[in-house]
Design a protein around this ligand. Structure first.
Ligand code: PEP
Ligand code: MN
Length: 337
């Protein structure tokens, strides 16, 4: 349920409504927007039906949210959410690029990649220390050592860090080193993991599951939000279809669709969406043109030696050329990069 407040509602009036809702055992979420302020109410709303909430001072109207996702829905918050990560704003005019290797391999290699991507305009360093590999015999990541390298390199270069957490038992460890938690495609519906990162204050990059619908993605975001963390960045990274020549199918229309349904920012991962380095460039251009708030790009100076996802990693020189090209696309759609 959403309580839409009158323009000019006072703090005192808001507090009065909040107290009333809490007394009824429900959870109020106050959202102060540019256009209007609202209070979202989560819980067994039936008790509110007998309460004449419209009669409270400051209340304009009371609406039901018909969608299964509530806190992350556009109805709950009409204005776009901008996630501020140490001054880097995701969801605003600037398109934020996160780049780096698929996996953290060696510290000096990570530093080399970080310096290159920073120079070309990336704001956030990506790299997995815990890798979800199809085969148990493939490189599984460096674990805490990899997290330490990410933090050290981030401090040295002035980049922020996004890295995957795969297990509820590692959330507090990863939290010590990262600026943004990444929840990978394979864990999009690991509900215990979602609840755990929902209890943190750190932003969460939630990747779409490889066989998930947009509704399921938003329901997973709702798990994080309903546990108290609304700092969620969604990510379209391709879904499984019957295509033969790409690793996944880049569901490009998910970007504006998510924006219609939700106030959360959405970024695109062209590397996993296509699985081929040669397709990363056109996928990035399309993503920016259609309104993505950011990109997550795998970059490696020597893709043939990469310990994971070399075939979809671009070399720093191509990344630099791509960033230049994207500036023009961003400008054409009223954004900047
Ligand atoms: C990754 O970002 O390296 C990754 C494993 O992505 P996904 O979870 O989308 O497959
Ligand atoms: Mn990868």
């Amino acid at each position: 349920m959403i309580i839409v407040l009158k323009p000019g509602v006072t703090e005192q009036e808001i507090n009065h409504i909040v107290e009333k809702i809490e007394k009824l055992g429900l959870k109020p979420w106050v959202s102060k927007g540019v256009q209007k302020s609202i209070i979202g109410v989560i819980g067994e709303e039936d008790v509110l039906r007998v309460q004449p909430l419209e009669a409270f001072p400051g209340v304009e109207k009371v609406l039901s949210i018909l969608k299964p996702f509530k806190l992350v829905s556009r109805e709950f918050k009409p204005d776009d959410t901008i996630i501020d990560v140490k001054g880097v704003k995701i969801g605003g005019k600037q398109i934020i690029v996160m780049a780096g290797p698929c996996a953290v391999e060696k510290k000096d290699l990570l530093l080399e990649i970080a310096r290159e991507v920073k120079k070309s305009g990336a704001k956030i360093l990506r790299g997995g220390a815990f890798k979800p590999r199809t085969s148990p015999y493939s490189f599984q990541g460096l674990g805490e050592e990899g997290l330490r390298y990410l933090r050290e390199v981030a401090e040295q270069t002035g980049l922020l860090v996004v890295t995957e957490v795969m297990d509820t038992r590692d959330v507090s460890l990863v939290e010590k080193y990262t600026d943004i938690f990444q929840i990978g495609a394979r864990n999009m519906q690991n509900f215990n993991l979602l609840k755990e990162v929902g209890q943190s204050k750190k932003p969460v990059l939630l990747k779409r599951g490889m066989s998930s619908t947009v509704k399921e993605l938003l329901m997973s975001a709702e798990y994080i939000a309903s546990n108290g963390n609304l700092n969620i960045i969604l990510c379209e990274r391709g879904i499984r279809t019957f295509t033969e020549y790409t690793r996944n199918t880049f569901d490009i229309i998910a970007v504006p669709l998510v924006k219609e349904l939700s106030h959360l920012p959405i970024i695109v991962d062209p590397s996993h969406a296509t699985g081929k380095w040669g397709l990363v460039r056109p996928a990035c251009k399309a993503a920016v043109a259609i309104g993505a708030d950011g990109l997550l790009i795998e970059v490696h100076p020597s893709p043939e030696d990469a310990l994971s996802d070399g075939v979809q990693s671009i070399v720093p020189e191509r990344f630099d050329a791509l960033m230049r090209e994207l500036k023009a696309v961003a400008k054409a759609v009223g954004r900047e990069i």
